[in-house]
Design a protein around this ligand. Structure first.
Ligand code: URA
Length: 436
């Protein structure tokens, strides 16, 4: 086998990397399957060929599965990151303009980007964010934003830069021009069950961040039953790898490892999460966990941008409505309107899942909720779930645990996601660790 690998390596090197064809791809799949790391030039040639149509989804899917099982070295993650960045254009902000960005590794009811981006901009820092769509059971900021009537996320490079300069913030989708390879790989990973691979997550996230042009990033690495990485040690390794690969591209980065064992907020879905973010920014409903995480992440972003008294500045901008007004300004700059946002409401059809017994909520299965809400909201963007309780809450028999909204809403689908026990469970921390 070792001799076989050496032969295959020589053959790969001998190939004209510009013509990385199906035979070269088969060899790369076999080598990865057998546990050999692939060289940077192989990753680069492979991604060029994939984006150019030289190799198809079947072979790429096989390689992704081999990478998931065998793991990827940090050099492989960095090489794939570079290859994805080079698959398209990159954004450059004008000299002297310092831009920060944040990214979550994927959560359920995770409205932090929707709130923190305008909040940080309201405090005087500039934020340019390239976001993704829903992946597996986790929500996508782009899908959520697109439920606001008229709002565009497909911004050209010039529009993106001009908006960050003028409004202070923008959230755009990766496009055919920016990281097109991530757009295809992302969709393929979603279809092939190959999302939870640390090396692929690192390349997907850091490539978007680097191509998006920001100089500093904050990563929110989710950890727990509903995160792609369940174990806190592995999540910390992922966090370190994100910070380290970002460093190889000359970017400063920090990461927080945060809990994803229950939905972060209360709303789960697409448009329904915009309503939660809107009401949070307006100060109408302020869930304590969401507030804590928003302020932690916003403070890290502001510190990276050199803003003094970061935490106090963020808390003030949340309190005095400046963050909400910046959210409106961002929406308007991207084609939406205040009226469209403020008109958004939950579907009138609702079903409540109620507690079958009295006790303490021991678990809320956020993965199940993410999958259910994704299915319900596929053709009805405002459909979804709003939880009425948190893990640790005391409930009495018959009290509501969650409400389903929309044509497909069904209480019986929601009920199995709850576990109720007699003893109050130990509280879990929200932030497990910080890497800088
Ligand atoms: N977010 C991304 O952009 N990519 C991933 O792989 C996971 C979360």
């Amino acid at each position: 086998m070792i001799g076989g690998l050496r032969l295959a390596e020589r053959e790969i090197h001998a190939l004209d990397m510009e013509q990385f064809d199906e035979t070269a791809m088969r060899r790369a799949i076999e080598r990865k399957r057998d546990g050999a790391p692939l060289e940077p030039q192989t990753w680069e040639a492979m991604m060029r060929s994939y984006v150019g149509g030289g190799i198809g989804d079947a072979q790429m899917g096989a390689l992704l599965m081999a990478a998931l099982w065998r793991g990827m070295t940090i050099d492989e993650s960095a090489a794939l990151t570079k290859a994805i960045v080079e698959s398209g254009e990159t954004v450059e902000f004008p000299a002297g303009m310092f831009v920060v960005d944040k990214h979550s590794s994927g959560g359920v009811s995770d409205i932090v980007s929707l709130v923190a981006v305008p909040l940080v901009a309201a405090c005087g820092a500039r934020v340019g964010k390239l976001s993704g769509r829903a992946l597996g059971h986790t929500g996508g900021t782009i899908d959520k934003l697109e439920t606001i009537a008229g709002l565009r996320t497909a911004l050209s490079r010039d529009e993106f830069v001009a908006q960050v300069e003028r409004v202070g913030c923008a959230i755009a989708a990766q496009s055919q021009h920016l990281v097109p390879a991530d757009k295809r790989l992302y969709a393929l990973r979603d279809r092939t069950g190959t999302v939870p691979c640390a090396g692929l997550i690192v390349a997907s996230i850091v490539s978007k961040k680097v191509a998006g042009g920001a100089q500093a990033f904050v990563f929110d690495v989710k950890c727990g039953g509903a995160a792609f990485i369940h174990d806190s040690n592995e999540a910390e390794l992922l966090a370190r790898e994100l910070v380290s690969v970002a460093g190889r591209f000359g970017r400063s980065a920090r990461a927080l490892v945060t809990d994803m064992n229950e939905p972060l907020g209360h709303a789960v879905g697409t448009g329904i999460e915009i309503v939660e973010a809107r009401d949070f920014l307006r100060g109408e409903v302020r869930d304590a966990r969401v507030r804590t995480l928003v302020l932690r992440i916003a403070s890290e972003m502001l510190e990276l941008a050199g803003i003094a008294s970061a935490y106090d500045a963020a808390a003030a901008a949340l309190g005095d409505g400046a963050a909400y007004e910046r959210f409106i300004a961002m929406i308007e700059a991207q084609g939406g309107s205040r009226a469209a946002l403020e008109r958004m409401q939950l579907p009138s059809r609702t079903e409540a899942a109620v507690a079958p017994r009295s006790g303490y909520v021991a678990a809320i299965d956020a993965t199940a909720f993410g999958n259910i809400a994704r299915a319900w909201s596929e053709h009805e963007p405002m459909a979804g779930i709003v939880t009425a309780v948190r893990v640790g809450d005391r409930v009495e028999r018959g009290a509501p645990l969650a409400h389903g909204y929309g044509a497909k809403a069904s209480a019986s689908a929601l009920l199995p996601a709850f576990a109720i026990i007699d003893e109050k469970p130990e509280p879990r921390p929200l932030v497990y660790s910080r890497i800088s």
